[in-house]
Design a protein around this ligand. Structure first.
Ligand code: ATP
Ligand code: MG
Length: 308
């Protein structure tokens, strides 16, 4: 397992940012998805020992986070959400330094620093002082310093924040190429759903310090794929009752709309037939949830999504 959590919590005074999580993240790429304040960064920082107050147990790549911190540091890469650059250093000096901190020799770290800076598209800017970099360039060098030592597990916290559309696409493409190169597992924290859909096989949806749902991206999308938004005129109560008898799950979504989830294997013909049988007029029948974004909104609630 990449990560195992056992009643793991992170608190800041009264605030419980990560609330008693017990779960496992298997190898592969997992999107840690949640709105602002969900606790994504706190979970990562807690695992890496970067916050003062955490409790419970956790293992990273089989190692205990309390007693085997040094070994863990050599096996993981961390791209923090905040600036982590050291003013005065050149790009290559900064990445080399990060490599040395992770246990590489100075010569190896220097050679790898050049390689990863080319990889992230900072070949030309590598001798410039890091404080002169633009936001997009800072994201790139933060990624470079996280992968310089070939980690087996990468924590990427909001890797595309502050990037223009083209830069975002490039970074995402880069991230999705990383696992293929050397079987690296990735935990990618973001509130941007398409970033997860593009780069991850799994998703863990987080809100208010809790994990609401975990599974494959396809599985979570699929679970909601058979929900339709339906509006009828006529005896709505009878229509609902018949749908339920036919194996559908029905929820009233506002005054007029029904969210109808079909039973496995059924298609929309079931809704049409049920409307006919109960004498209601079908005024609307459209897929309710098609993307991970919709699944996400359903899970965390529309109001919270409005803040994203
Ligand atoms: N240093 C801190 N001191 C006090 N409270 C904090 C601190 N850091 C985070 N919090 C609180 O913990 C909760 C979780 O915050 P966290 O930064 O982990 O969320 P997040 O999911 O990473 O959000 P974002 O998408 O905005 O980065 C929030 O309520 C936040 O206000
Ligand atoms: Mg965060």
């Amino acid at each position: 397992m990449s990560i195992e959590l056992n009643n793991f919590s992170v608190t800041y005074g009264e605030v419980k940012a990560v609330d008693n999580l017990s779960t496992v993240f298997p190898p592969g790429s997992t999107g840690l998805l949640g709105p602002n304040g969900a606790g994504k960064s706190s979970l990562i920082k807690g695992l890496l020992g970067l916050v003062p107050d955490y409790s419970g147990g956790a293992r990273i790549l089989g190692r205990d986070i309390n007693s085997e911190r040094k070994q863990i540091r050599q096996m993981i890469g961390y791209m923090p959400e905040d600036d982590c650059l050291i003013p005065g250093l050149s790009g290559v000096g900064m990445v080399q330094y990060a490599g040395e901190l992770s246990g590489m020799s100075a010569a190896d770290a220097m050679q790898r620093a050049h390689e990863v800076l080319l990889l992230v598209g900072l070949g030309e800017a590598r001798y410039r002082k890091v404080e002169t970099y633009s936001s997009g360039m800072k994201q790139r060098i933060k990624l470079a310093q996280a992968i310089v030592h070939d980690p087996r597990l990468l924590f990427l916290d909001e890797p595309t924040s502050g990037m223009d559309p083209q830069g975002r696409m490039e970074i995402l493409q880069l991230i999705s190429m990383i696992p293929g190169r050397s079987e690296v597992s990735i935990i990618l924290a973001t509130h941007i759903l398409v970033d997860v859909e593009r780069t991850c096989d799994r998703v863990a949806i987080m809100n208010r310090g809790k994990l609401l749902k975990e599974g494959s991206v396809e599985g979570i999308k699929g679970k909601y794929a058979e929900t339709y938004s339906v509006r009828v005129e006529g005896n709505r109560a009878l229509f609902q009752e018949e749908l339920r008898k036919n194996g559908c799950q029905v929820a009233a979504d506002g005054k007029h709309l029904l969210d109808v989830t079909l039973p496995p294997g059924a298609d929309t013909g079931l809704v049409v037939r049920t409307a006919g049988e109960t004498g209601v007029q079908l005024r609307r029948l459209v897929p309710g949830v098609q993307s991970l974004e919709d699944a996400f909104i359903k899970l965390i609630g529309v109001d919270e999504h409005a803040d994203l």
